[in-house]
Design a protein around this ligand. Sequence first.
Ligand code: XMP
Length: 525
Amino acid sequence: TVVVLDFGSQYTHLITRRVRQLGVCSVCLIGNAPLSTIASYAPSLIILSGGPHSVHEHGSPSLPPSFFDYTVEHSITVLGICYGLQLIVKVLGGHVKPALSQEYGRMEVQPVPGSALFGDGPLCTRLSVWMSHGDEAVELPNGFTVACKSMQGGIGAIENPSQHIYGLQFHPEVTHTLRGIEILKQILFNVCNIKADWKMQDVLEEQLKLIQSTIGPTEHAICALSGGVDSTVAATLVHKAIGERLHCVFVDNGLLRYKERERVMSTFEKELHLPVTCVDASEKFLSKLKGVTDPEEKRKMIGREFICTFDEFALKLERELGKKPSFLVQGTLYPDVIESCPPPGSGKGHSHTIKSHHNVGGLPKEMQLKLVEPLRWLFKDEVRKLGELMNVPVGFLKRHPFPGPGLAVRILGDVTQGDALEIIREVDEIFINSLKEAGLYDSIWQAFAVFLPVKTVGVQGDRRSHSNAVALRAITSEDGMTADWYQFDPKFLADVSAKVCNSVRGVNRIVYDITSKPPATVEWE
Ligand code: XMP
């Protein structure tokens, strides 16, 4: 296992991900993790991440006491990246000071011939790398040499091969460092001699065992399925592990997309053979939402209704089973988790008791369910791979995200106004189908239609019309936190617009949202 210690860099998770992409198990821990926690992973390599701090700042994050005694004694390789390099230098008695000229962005570095880090082979050439640091090492600790220099004469990398300690001042994990992957490969496979034997099939098998040992042989678990990738893969995995003792619920809140309930239920039942109870709570949700126009109030009301519905499901289940289910399955992913996670095969359980908050919107406290989060240490692309291994249909795995409050945040104002729900479903379906036909669906993070409570004048079939305007939104994004609007070929938008206005009654105008996030959010409410 490669342990990555996080000192706050925006790239830390990327390091973990790159290592896994190279077939090596990797786990990320908070920078001040105790030595005993680090040791429990039996690491071959410990990577110290970058971070926004300066090693001189009072209270800046550091390494646990005796860290290097431990790594040297056990011949564990240490690689510091950026702040990690500076930490190595400072802790081992070298000198770090604020750089005269701060180095940000793309730079060139030249490895020293014959260094242990870069060797004499293809990497011993001028390299284009990504730097972002304000401090620099000016005096190295005993036993260290410079392994590469920046063109400005600064230290680009350091090494102490006899103690297995290395440092890079640049970021090999970002794509801007052109040969970053090769550098990581060199470190993993040549410097550390690690084997690339981390496979999704092993992860699957290890997770199944782990779930079986966490959920006792007579205990039951419940799972709220949203129709999204994460909850579906998590439920499929747990179902494989404990079979019929998993009870899933899919809530139709009346705010779902066109034929969503039928489609999702059919996939669950026919393709995944998942036992799912479909609760039609649409009338309840919609009657509560009638007349509610404030976006936050809508969201809160939907959250409360969801909890009630889930609670009723759990009570019904308890009556049927004669006992309370004791576990709740959730599709939480790695990026949502800051603390440490057990890697596959570590034999550690992964359940803990819910207090009051969690990401399905807060369940009643008295339910006292223990959480099972089998995707807790996976990234989205890894979850998709795991889903593929379990035969979750690929089309399903590539679905765009859909917000919990559903179409309520895509109908501005009262959700129950006129034919808004029907209109928005039809327009959305036409838009999404057009994207699929044009082969654009997979290159877009999310696309949807928004109902505007605005009537505009049009001319349709030689007649004046006074109908609704609908907005289309399509974005690209890495994680939904920031987003760019998608630049379609105008012909594509013209075709969608014509199809919608010709076939959806009550719409005579289409507008396209050209706002990125920020300043806008992805959803309109
Ligand atoms: P915003 O509108 O906040 O959306 O820029 C960012 C991403 O989150 C989704 N989203 C939600 N997902 N429950 C969810 O499960 C919600 O309440 C919610 N609100 C927004 C949104 O679709 C986008 O992908």
